[in-house]
Write a protein that binds this ligand. Structure first.
Ligand SMILES: C[S@@+](CC[C@H](N)C(=O)[O-])C[C@H]1O[C@@H](n2cnc3c(N)ncnc32)[C@H](O)[C@@H]1O
Length: 227
């Protein structure tokens, strides 16, 4: 991966959180916090957009299982989670049913055969990758999805005022010469081009501030693509 988003940086960050906080708090902070409510919002948006009982789901960048825990309460699915940090995978595994499988995967491709999945989700993953890496990952998602399968992912975009705050905060970190995590914005136009080049159809965009669960929004914009 690129120089300014080394895996070792994430590992150090997670290790520091684990030293500074009780485990549940550390594992929540490691994926951006609000473990319970964000997990429930993520599960809700997946269900509203077609994830249902009996499907096989790949959760890429699954982190500490925020989405998986919420999904296990609502659906009976075959679940495979992928991440680059072992401590997060271990925690996720400890919080979810035995049938849920978690995999270390540091490639921007999935170690799975063609047409293996009905559904793929990626919450706040492409926000941390270069566009080229996102494109490679999306292309591989297309390969491992069945025809008619969906890829649902969240993204950062400049047009949403709440997301502009994320950009400004990152600018401030650069100005202060700290080394922030990569926060990569991905505009709808770029997503449309990636999608068309790969062979997906964009089914829908959801604004970052659109209510998903009661009055709660996810806080990142969402795209749903169909193979
Ligand atoms: C902001 S967290 C979100 C976690 C989870 N999707 C959620 O919503 O709770 C981003 C996650 O992406 C993981 N990640 C970063 N780069 C990755 C890559 N190339 N492949 C898989 N996971 C990656 C990080 O380790 C982290 O767990």
């Amino acid at each position: 991966m690129a120089e300014f988003h080394f895996i070792e940086d994430y590992e150090k960050h997670v290790a520091q959180l684990m030293r500074d906080h009780p485990i549940d708090e550390a594992m929540s902070l490691a994926v951006g916090g609000a473990y319970d409510i964000i997990g429930r919002i993520e599960a809700e948006v997946l269900i509203k957009n077609g994830l249902s009982d009996g499907m096989r789901l790949a959760d890429i960048g699954c982190g500490s299982g925020r989405t998986a825990v919420a999904l296990a309460r609502r659906l009976r699915i075959d679940y495979d989670g992928y991440d680059i940090i072992q401590a997060l995978l271990d925690y996720a595994e400890s919080k979810t049913p035995h049938s849920y499988k978690f995999h270390m995967n540091r490639a921007v491709k999935l170690p799975a055969p063609n047409a293996a999945f009905d559904y793929i989700c990626a919450f706040s993953l492409f926000t941390h990758l270069l566009h080229e890496e996102t494109f490679i990952y999306m292309r591989d998602c297309h390969r491992v999805l069945k025809t008619g399968g969906k890829l649902l992912f969240s993204f950062l975009e400049f047009r949403m005022p709440s997301l502009w705050n994320v950009f400004e905060a990152t600018v401030k970190q650069y100005e202060a010469s700290t080394r922030p995590h990569l926060n990569m914005f991905l505009e709808r136009g770029a997503i449309e081009v990636f999608s068309a080049r790969i062979g997906f159809r964009v089914e829908k965009f959801i604004d970052a501030d659109a209510p998903v669960l009661d009055e709660h929004a996810l806080g990142q914009s969402i795209c749903v693509m169909v193979k």
